[in-house]
Structure formats: C-alpha cells, structure tokens
Design a protein around this ligand. Sequence first.
Ligand code: KG4
Ligand code: ZN
Length: 336
Amino acid sequence: MSNLILALESSCDETAVALLKDGIIIKEYVASQLEHEAFGGVVPELASRAHQRSIVPTLDRVMNRLETPLSSITHIAYTQGPGLLGALLVGVSFAKALAFSLGIPALPIHHLKAHIFANFLNNPKPSLPFLSLVVSGGHTQLIWVEDYYKMTILGETRDDAAGEAFDKIAKIMGFPYPGGIHIDKNSKNGNPKAFKFPITNMENFDFSFSGIKTSFLYFVEKQKKQNPNFIKENLEDICASVQYAIVKMLTKKVIKAVKYKNAKSVVLGGGVVSNSFLKSELNKESKEGGWKLFYPSNNHCMDNAAMVGSAANYILKNNLPIITDLGVEPKARIPL
Ligand code: KG4
Ligand code: ZN
C-alpha cells in the first residue's frame, strides 16, 4: 500500500522535517542550531528552546506551496530517542499532537536505526542481513542487522564516540564546534604519516577513543613549548595524521567483523560517515575483500528527518509490527 510519511527529527541540535512518498523524498528541510558554537558543544537547554522556536516554521517550510496538503499524509514518523531528553520532548509532543489532530498513526523511530535506514533513501538498496557501522557525535557501534527489529551489537565504544574524539581534538586545535569537518577539510593535502598517534586496539569489536584525545593534548602542549606556532605551521599534517589514527581504529574493526560474520555488505550511518578518508579507506577495503559498501549522501549522514521517514517506510512496506500508542514517551537511551 502506498504511504505519505511526514517525518520529524529533534534528538540533538537539528530540527528537521521531511515528507516522503513510499520512501522517496518529496521535500525536506534541516534547521541547524548555530547557538551552540560559542559554547564548544551542544547546550541541552538551548537545544530544547531552539527546537521549540523552529519546529513549526520548519514544518511550514516543507509543506508550504506543496500540492500535498497535511490532510493527505498517511503517517507521522518521529525520533523517540536516543538523544537529549528536552530536545526529544519537543519533537515527540509535536508529532503526537499532529497525528492526533489528523487522525493518523504516529510511529516512534530509533535514532540510530534511522541512521542505518538512511541508506534506503538511495538505490540500489542494501540487502539484509548486513554489517553496520554507526558513527556519530554520541555513538560508535558495530551492529549486525537482520531487520529493523533484529539488530545485535557486536562492539561499541567504551568511552568517547568517534565524532566526539574528532570534536575534542578539533577544539584543542582551535576549530569551532563541531570540529570533525574542519579536520577532514584540512587533511586533504596533509601527510597522514607525519605524526604518529596511538591506534588503540580493544578486545573483540569494541573501540576506545579517549586515549587518542589525551595523547593529542600532551603532544600539542609539548610541541607548543618549543614552537608556539606549531599548530598553524603544521595544520594539514596534524589533521591528516590524527584523522588517519581515528579512521584506522574504525576500519580495522569493520574488516575484522566482516570476516567474523562473513558479511556481504557493510552499511555506514551517522555524521562521521561524511568523513572523506573513512569512505575512501572502506571503499578500498571493500574492493579488496569482495564485499559491498553502502553509505548515505553527506546531508543524510548528518542528523535529518528523511532517514526517520525511510525507517518508517521500511517498517510499513515489510509489514513489521508498528507502535501507534500516543502515550509513547521520549527516551534519552533506548536499546537497539
Ligand atoms: O549523526 P550526527 O549528525 O549527530 C549525532 O547524532 O551525533 O553526527 C555529528 C558528528 C559530529 O561529531 C561531527 O563532528 C561529526 O559527526 N562529523 C565529522 C564530519 N562531519 C561531521 N567527523 C569527521 N569528518 C567529517 N567530515
Ligand atoms: Zn545522529
């Protein structure tokens, strides 16, 4: 059966709305909150207030001048969590109230699963089962995905997320928040072997990124004592070297997990997937290993609502059980 899904995302610092017909985006908009930059990280209270201010204008921006009126929407999909509770509250309350007023079901969606199902916005779509690497500002997980409701965590970070490591290191270098993209951009002409940073190898499929952050801090402090302009004069080499270490920690575990599960496909999701070196390394590995690599376009790696709609469309098209209870609460943490 055909569906027209209005999807909402408000788990962190992006207020996003998307309209999808049978999993194909008709229109979408992501309102990014700029008020956190000055604080070097997301301030939860400011995020909640910004969602409150922008959720109606964002919806209006998507629906305005479309031939499809709100009354033709068949389902609302919204992020239930994980994320910042106050931020989620805005989207969840808004989604449920809108669904109630339209007399249609509201489907709660898991944010990390939505990052994975962002890959179903593209063609060809990955075939299940597959191995998924979800790497964002808050999460780093290797997941074996059999279906939307059947996911098993093979490994995860014991401390910082990969995006958090990028952001904390970028902050030490003086880049604005979120700094991951600045490290990526400034790496392009740098030598990844110029400086050596620790590539932590945890047991099994787990990750740890706190070591590299600490060693980076000591390294920079030591170098700056000898040359106060050290960062400025070596910017590209430093960025390329630190990016090399973070990406290697991720790719090593992906390769190990592919062999362990005999995976035919690897599906990437989350903001850090925008990183060009991560994608080029995994592209190389996939060719050598004979497996397929899938990743969303950069705008669908970062938080967005189209991925939430895509996950809901998958659930509906595959006749999986749906939750339509209007008593659903947002949750800061939800198991997969
Ligand atoms: O998935 P996302 O938009 O939000 C969360 O759910 O966390 O991910 C944001 C994270 C930030 O840590 C940001 O620095 C990182 O993704 N990121 C990058 C790049 N673009 C975004 N990290 C490395 N290289 C990039 N090009
Ligand atoms: Zn995210």
